[in-house]
Write a protein of this length. Structure first.
Length: 296
């Protein structure tokens, strides 16, 4: 059975080699099973989005030979879908208002709580007395919306990271500035777009139990997951701008082609030796999930 895949960047900056490597792996997962590969712009955080990065990111994907199917979707154009998911959660009595500031959450989360991992939101605003509640309502500070997850345990088998289990805390589904949260939008969109396999960086592994839990509440089919190891800089830290020439444009300025960069990414995935200059189609022929898992 083929499972459609996607790459879902945020147009808030130039893609670096680590992002591009994840895009390549997601593309290889999809193309090696003749599945669709969709691109979705996760642009709900309008304070950080810049118009020029939509085109630049697509340009970089195309330069590497990573083609995609259908129109590129923007989350900012899909707000009504998130509204109706939120309404459905409200109907189930799962949504509550949270007035906590960042500092209050940090403080509350640092105290030990039964069954919740460190840093999890402990449900402070679920247990407000009527007086505390009116005081917060009167403050004029708009509330964020959280879902009541009752510290549900969710386990799944990741195709690259293996068995993973997490406790779901009462996470935010709409921020107090009105923006829908990543965890809600990603679940709604993956289902609406028919994504069968979510391939993304391992930094998002922790958020997967929340998304699986939310998808189940909304009656949506659960996709498979494959969380890809992150690319590291020479100092062993996660690759970042400070590591120097980490974008296609940086590399072009050094005289490297997109093919050279694809070659480097393929070598880092142990799909080729350096300098082999394989085409995207060659890489599809060599790709195997099992070997990638063993190489990681
Ligand atoms: Zn709160």
């Amino acid at each position: 059975m083929t499972a459609d895949g996607r790459f879902a960047p945020s147009p808030t900056g130039t893609l670096h080699l680590g992002n591009l490597r994840t895009a390549l792996v997601a593309w290889l997962f999809a193309r090696s099973q003749d599945a669709r590969y969709l691109v979705r712009m996760e642009d709900l955080d309008t304070s950080r989005v810049r118009e020029e990065f939509y085109d630049e990111q697509l340009h970089d994907l195309a330069a590497l030979g990573l083609d995609w199917d259908g129109p590129v979707v923007r989350q900012s154009e899909r707000i009504p879908r998130y509204e109706s998911a939120l309404a459905e959660l409200r109907e189930q009595g799962l949504v509550y208002e949270c007035w906590c500031t960042r500092a209050e959450i940090r403080e509350a989360a640092s105290a030990p709580h039964d069954g919740l991992p460190e840093g999890a939101y402990p449900g402070t605003c679920l247990r407000l007395t009527p007086a505390e509640r009116s005081e917060r309502e009167a403050s004029g500070r708009p509330p964020a919306l959280r879902v009541r997850a009752d510290a549900a345990r969710v386990a799944f088998d990741d195709r690259l990271a293996g068995h993973f289990e997490g406790v779901v805390d009462d996470f935010v589904v709409r921020r107090n500035d009105g923006a829908f949260a990543y965890n809600l939008a990603v679940v709604v969109d993956d289902a609406a777009q028919g994504i069968g396999e979510v391939v993304r960086g391992v930094d998002l592994l922790d958020s997967t139990p929340r998304q699986l839990w939310l998808g189940a509440r909304l009656g949506l089919p659960a996709p498979r997951h494959a969380h890809v190891a992150l690319m590291l800089g020479p100092d062993g830290a996660r690759l970042a701008k400070r590591h120097g020439a980490v974008t296609l444009a940086d590399r072009a300025a050094l005289g490297q082609t997109a093919g050279d960069v694809r070659d480097e990414l393929a070598a880092s995935l142990q799909l080729s030796g350096r300098g082999e200059q394989l085409t995207p189609a060659d890489l599809v022929g060599r790709f195997s999930v099992r070997e990638l898992r063993e190489a990681a």
